[in-house]
Design a protein around this ligand. Structure first.
Ligand code: PMP
Length: 293
């Protein structure tokens, strides 16, 4: 059965320190977070009832808030405990957790200094972002006209809600053109990332990935780089121009929701789901979902 819209479900959401009924987890329409984008969030996965890298995600929520000049009024340990309790209460085996923090309604002004900060943690059952066919055969990307801004233009290293305007525009444009996701270049026209995942090219058996200067250095990205090094696969983090796509043997994306996601096409160029991508996808699955026994 398809679950209802996100505001009309059973269960409980952790809001500012306590669990409230799911449908009552509300904020006021005059919230800074809504009008001026004073909000940061996280996305975490649950595998077999266990949260993958919960502490790292809670730390990143704190870091993102700091980038936006606000402070999360709960410790990393408290956020971690809230996420565990949300998973436990909902009895989730495979799912997703969404912590979010936003500036409140004391001030409707571009200035946010006088606002309080609110935090919510929700969890729901959610096995995969793309269909199983797309997961196996790869997804199609379309290069977007929208670009990732420079470090001095936006808080680009934060997982800030306001920055997702770029991703939404790019993703909607890509989907309208029959693709699965968008490829974003940076403000200089170099390769950057997808709308919710980092980018890797396999060239001559090695991984090449853009330096995360103006986009998230994803937790999955860091994990996959570690797995590749353990497997003896070379990894080069460097500035990458778009013509590198013509040299790539394989292309894949990494992200909490995407995991290791093969890419079958970028615009008119096709890619196979190659050996290196498959090896890393398997290694990632083994890590997040260790075999029992
Ligand atoms: N870039 C963007 C824009 C994202 O939304 C995400 C998902 N959080 C990532 C990259 C990958 O980050 P992670 O591996 O930490 O999920």
């Amino acid at each position: 059965m398809t679950p209802g819209p996100f505001d009309d479900r059973d269960g409980a959401i952790w809001l500012d320190g306590e669990f409230v009924p799911w449908r009552e987890a509300k904020l006021h329409v005059l919230s800074h977070g809504l009008h001026y984008g004073g909000a940061v969030f996280e996305g975490m996965r649950v595998y077999g009832g266990q949260i993958f890298k919960s502490v790292e995600h809670a730390e990143r929520l704190h870091d993102s808030a700091r980038e936006l000049n606000f402070r999360i009024p709960f410790t990393v340990a408290e956020l971690d405990a809230a996420a565990r309790e949300a998973v436990h209460r909902a009895g989730i085996a495979d799912g997703y957790i969404r912590p979010v923090a936003w500036r409140g309604s004391e001030q409707i002004s571009v200035s946010g200094a006088a606002t309080s900060v609110h935090v919510a943690v929700s969890a729901w059952e959610w096995p995969h972002v793309f269909s199983s066919a797309a997961q196996e055969q790869g997804i199609r990307l379309r290069t977007s006209k929208w670009r990732r801004p420079a470090q001095d233009t936006a808080p680009v290293r934060a997982k800030a809600a306001s920055l997702y305007n770029i991703g939404t525009l790019a993703r909607d444009e890509a989907e309208a053109a029959g693709c699965d996701d968008a490829l974003l270049l940076d403000y200089r026209g170099r390769l950057a990332e997808a709308t919710g995942a980092n980018l890797f090219l396999v060239i001559d058996g090695e991984l090449h990935t853009p330096i995360p200067e103006c986009f998230l250095d994803g937790i999955t990205r860091q994990t996959v780089i570690g797995l590749a090094r353990d497997l003896g696969i070379g990894v080069r983090e460097r500035h990458m121009e778009t013509d590198e796509l013509t040299r790539a043997d394989e292309v894949f994306l990494t992200g909490t929701a995407y995991e290791v996601q093969p890419v079958s096409a970028v615009d008119d160029r096709q890619y196979p789901v190659g050996k290196v991508t498959s090896l890393l996808a398997k290694a990632y699955t083994r890590l997040v979902r260790p075999p029992r026994g």
